[in-house]
Design a protein around this ligand. Sequence first.
Ligand code: FES
Length: 670
Amino acid sequence: MAGHRIVFTPSGLNGSVEEGTSVLDAARSLGVDLDTVCGGRGICGRCQVEVSTGVHAKWGMEVAEDALGPRASIETDYRGARPLVAGRRLGCAARVCGDVVIEVPAESQVHRQVVRKDLDLPAFTVDPSFTAWFVEVPEPELGDDRSLADLVRLSVRDQHGRTAPHVPLRALPMLQPAIDRGSGAVTVVVDEGDQVVAVWPGFVDVLLGVAIDIGSTTIAGHLCDLSTGEVLASAGRMNPQIRFGEDLMSRVSYVMMNPGGEAELTAAVRTAVDGLIGELVDQIESFREYVLEVVLVGNPIMHHLVLGLDPTPLGQAPFTLTTNRALVTRASDLDLTLPYARCYVAPCIAGHVGADTAAAVLAEGPHRSEVTQLLVDIGTNAEIVLGDRERVFAASSPTGPAFEGAQLSSGQRATHGSIETVRIDRDTLEPRFRAIGVDLWSDEDGFAAATGPTGPSGICGSGVIDAIAEMYLAGVIDSNGVIDGSLAERTTRVVADGRTFSYVLSEAGGNRIAITQNDVRAIQLAKAALRAGIDLLVEHAGRPEITDVRLAGAFGAHIDPLRALVLGLVPDCPVDRVRSVGNAAGTGAVQALLSRSRRTELEDAANEIVKIETATEPRFQELFVAAMGVPHSTDPTPHLAATINLPEPSASGPASGSGRPRRRARGVPA
Ligand code: FES
């Protein structure tokens, strides 16, 4: 029989096949990445390809219009799961009748590139752990002594041209019910170790996975199609452990004071994760049975609690982890009602730097970076990562709750009605601001009506950063953070408050929202703890130039980069090099879910990161004191000065460092 040359693009794989060979068979024989679930039955539509006709100088070929034979009924009558795109052919049905160049579109590749804008996912390649094979299992006949397991295994082998998978004990009970309900037709799901993990009746081509970031306050999840990499649904809910304590340390205290209390905390978080998965599956009107994998990331205490491990060693030095390895277990071991799913729990980096940071590192890639990258996630603890492709350092710094608006006179969590952006006129010292959920500035018509009779409800953490940075730029506070009481003669915004002064942002509806001297001091302390941690890592890294600053997490998403530099939250650098990266931990968890190679990268990166313990570093105290000043008591700020007019440093010299670093106990307010 005549042979024809066939070239697949974009891979460039090519070879010679006999007349009449299907494109799918040609792809298989040449090792081309062409998807199939139904094995050429015209059901799945995963094998779609395009013919490139005309002259291909690169390949020295001319491809005729009829290089593939005419459409057979399997194509003309196609009613499969995926619509057949106009101009495309089903690779399993189209037959080679001449030299041909075949384009395999991204959707038809098993290992395809995924680009997600809404989740800030960089382009990466899906590298799935599971594959589905649709088979028709022959009816057992008298005299045929093959077992049910063998009939299924051999059906996969014979109908898909691959090795027969193994059927472990766990999968055996699934066989008969699936074959009965599917009238002999079943979808067999096989993992990367060639073990059958699920057998479903009929044709199923949506394999689901869930990536979950367990935060102290919120639990966020993304439901993904494991084959396409598509994020199908996202949802979040409050962490119910809040009823045992707002911050992590108070939850550890609860366990210390209530023997067996960790079981309650474990049950609470597992129930919430299970409920969240149910919500995600409901969103796409699917079933829990189709969820094959769950990836969990979280800070060390959440990590231990969801695994049912005692978190109390993590509440105090030396912060010893029970395990720092990635774990793979059955989802049912964590009380998740997912009959076929396994659970991958990402590794913590250290006793105070968790798997959420490891996931953020995977997403943002300091270990892949040519330049020094600073990645900061600010909460009641700040996780700090600094480095490049040569070496990466990590630490956490006990910033306390001030950045979340807690323990400030008008502070509150970021909720509807709280002030989040502030500007102060340099001449009049009059403020204007915006509140969450209201699109207007406070000096625009309609703002009062939009915020209601009581006006803004308070000020959130990013609003306080804005306000204090603006107060500094307007000369309301000096570089020591002291509110200038003499300004009370110039403006009614500066008011006496006992022996110190406050700056009043709003008094709408009799609800005074002000920044007091104590508020400024609380933010200075939090900032100094964060900055001292950063500066410590900068020293360990040999004082590299930092030109890539990434602010992660909910708080980081709302900080104005310029004002972060004014306050000295991060070291001086060009303003356009400071940016928010959103929920980097969630993005990293999704990548670990969709790609085995990314998962390995996460584990390697977590293992190789150099951990710095701020509590035992003698330099931390000195760096903390120097970081009390605004922007900084000793570090020059040439990039900032080139961008904006900065006030003269205060005559009284640098900040005296009247504050002290917090005790090194996670989340404990100083
Ligand atoms: S392989 Fe399923 S339709 Fe072609």
